[in-house]
Design a binder for this molecule. Sequence first.
Ligand code: MN
Length: 168
Amino acid sequence: MWPEASCPSATRRTLTPAVMPSPQTVLLVEDNEDNRIVYSTILGHFGYRVMEALNGEEGIAKARAEKPDLILMDISIPIIDGWEATQVLKHDPVTRSIPIIALTAHALASDRERAMEVGCDGYLAKPCEPRAVVAEVQRFLGRPSGTGPDANQPAPATTDVVAGGATR
Ligand code: MN
């Protein structure tokens, strides 16, 4: 039924390292399921591999085991909150160089200051547009393989409407 051209995954896996870099990995530490789905989906769309952790303890364990390229750290998470988890990771030689972007529920100046104090490399106040999350990730990691969409650019549909001079 399927055409011969569909690439067997085993072959693809063998060729991948030589042909192109493996996708950059983002560890999303977030206890809210809706946010996890939204952020995972858009990051995957933009070419990143996404791992998820539901609390601070799991986040620390996965960061140490998987060494992701970047961590998105919700601050209000169970067991170990995002402030403490960030401090732990920034004091661990194995994980200290991994950029951590804090996601906080309050747009308070004190939160931004605290994010920097505990060693966060970036800071986003919730509610946070999915595209803003991608743009912040791209600021640190660039675009996967250099050819993916740029979250900072307007969506193609918008461009088309403007370029076509469509009636409003
Ligand atoms: Mn939360």
